[in-house]
Design a protein around this ligand. Structure first.
Ligand SMILES: [Zn+2]
Length: 289
């Protein structure tokens, strides 16, 4: 799932590539992805692209005061297509395409962006709105992870009592961080994913705040300027523990471990983060019974 750094890079990509173009036809291939009906997606056609923005993990393209907003969710992605198929896609087909926006550029080219979604769970969402804040997921967002001061971050953590891993991916508390970067932030800060937000020492909160900024800003630096098609690989290659179960921790050499839930899992290094303690993993203990 794209998180703050990838969405920031996609917003920059749209500013570099789409701003100045005129929106052509909008093809809807997956009707269920479109969450608003008034104004209709066809209202975008003929408008100039004037900007792009990000709210947490939401991406928006400003078409002269009418916004096309998307939440890519777990399997969604944005692709830039230089020479799109001029024929409208067949609705309900097996293609991962959810929405295609055609453009006319000032240079006379006719590229498009494709919003695609892999996998069977269709969660990619598209909204056409005049005010981004009417999108419920955006209205509910907490402050952006990169906009927080250390004092504000500390106050947010103290306002709740839960596992830090759960808290920092809660978009209503802090916007922008998902499963992958939270693993990396906690590993960099050398803090257990199960540490409690309220009882965490001031020194740990400070370490966590610094790690959050370092990990996210490094990833933004690596991602911005990359081709949209390359962002996924860039994200994966920068990871030290996330999705690296069984591999060696690049800091201490211990084996990266995993805690799994029904639908997802997260990774950590016991030596770096939990004083060597192996965290309970419900799936593993069930298998071992
Ligand atoms: Zn380690």
């Amino acid at each position: 799932m794209p998180e703050l750094p990838e969405i920031e890079a996609l917003a920059q990509f749209l500013r570099d590539h789409a701003v100045g173009a005129v929106v052509g036809r909008v093809d809807v291939a997956a009707l269920s992805a479109v969450k608003t009906f008034d104004p209709p997606v066809t209202a975008l056609s003929g408008r100039d692209v004037t900007g792009a923005g990000r709210w947490g993990k939401f991406l928006g393209m400003d078409c002269g005061g009418l916004w096309l907003i998307t939440h890519l969710s777990r399997g969604g992605w944005l692709r830039w297509v230089d020479e799109p198929n001029p024929l409208p896609p067949k609705p309900g087909g097996k293609s991962p395409l959810a929405l295609r926006v055609h453009f006319f550029t000032p240079e006379g080219a006719t590229p498009a962006i494709d919003l695609t979604e892999a996998g069977t769970k269709k969660r990619l969402a598209v909204y056409v709105v005049e005010d981004p804040l009417v999108v419920p997921g955006i209205a509910r967002l907490g402050p952006d992870a990169l906009a927080l001061t250390e004092d504000e971050f500390d106050a947010l953590l103290k306002s709740t009592s839960q596992r830090i891993k759960t808290a920092i991916v809660d978009q209503t508390l802090i916007a922008g961080i998902g499963n992958a970067y939270s693993d990396e932030i906690l590993h960099t800060a050398k803090i257990s994913p199960f540490a409690n937000t309220r009882t965490m020492s001031a020194e740990k909160v400070s370490r966590l705040y610094t790690a959050m900024r370092t990990v996210l800003l490094d990833a933004v630096d690596r991602s911005v300027g990359q081709d949209a098609a390359r962002l996924k690989g860039e994200k994966r290659s920068g990871m030290r523990v996330h999705a690296r179960t069984g591999q060696a921790c690049p800091v201490c050499g211990d084996t990266v471990r995993e805690v799994s839930y029904a639908e997802r899992s997260f990774q950590y290094c016991a030596t770096c983060q939990t004083d060597g303690k192996v965290l309970a993993d419900r799936r593993m203990s069930r298998l071992l019974k």
